[in-house]
Ligand binder design. Structure first.
Ligand SMILES: CC(C)(COP(=O)(O)OP(=O)(O)OC[C@H]1O[C@@H](n2cnc3c(N)ncnc32)[C@H](O)[C@@H]1OP(=O)(O)O)[C@@H](O)C(=O)NCCC(=O)NCCS
Length: 140
């Protein structure tokens, strides 16, 4: 968990709520055990929605498909767990998520699907939610 928090903080992603019950996380290490990527999601209470979070690649390892692989891994795992729709917040990486099948979505719809998700509660509490961009994609 320390290595994951360090990676997420380094790439400026939210580190709160990582240990909440519905959160699933993976950390990828290179051959020398250095953390190079992470991925994950938070399931809604009803198990139908997954909020993708913590998809990150160390800046030195970007642009070689690792981010796509890590994102697909989380989407596949969420679908296998029963989620029908994937959601996420992203202001900076829209084209990356569009290449994975995501479309712009309403922040209100995301918050209605995942009202108890850590990022939803945090962004509501800080007022940041009004500045966020939501994305969604159907899962098979
Ligand atoms: C987003 C991120 C995970 C992508 O990792 P990566 O290993 O570089 O991704 P890939 O190599 O699989 O890139 C796939 C495609 O998306 C594009 N892309 C990657 N990051 C992008 C970004 N921030 N904005 C726009 N396009 C991006 C790449 O150019 C590539 O396009 P191409 O196939 O036409 O060349 C990485 O840039 C990152 O860690 N960013 C900081 C954390 C973040 O914003 N995470 C997403 C929110 S959860």
């Amino acid at each position: 968990m320390d290595d994951l928090v360090e990676l997420l903080a380094r790439v400026d992603l939210t580190v709160s709520g990582l240990t909440a019950p519905g959160v699933r996380l993976w950390l990828e290490r290179d051959a020398s055990c250095r953390p190079v990527g992470s991925t994950g999601y938070e399931m809604s209470a009803d198990g139908r929605h997954a909020l993708v979070r913590s998809v990150a690649v160390d800046p030195s390892a970007r642009g070689r498909g690792r981010g796509t692989q890590l994102a697909r891994f989380a989407l596949d795992a969420a679908a296998e767990e029963g989620a029908r729709t994937a959601w996420l917040f992203s202001r900076r990486s829209g084209p990356f998520w569009q290449s994975l099948g995501f479309s712009p979505a309403s922040v209100d719809d995301l918050a209605a699907a995942l009202p108890r998700a850590e990022q939803v509660r945090l962004f509501r509490a800080t007022g940041q939610i009004a500045l966020e961009q939501a994305w969604s994609a159907p899962l098979r």
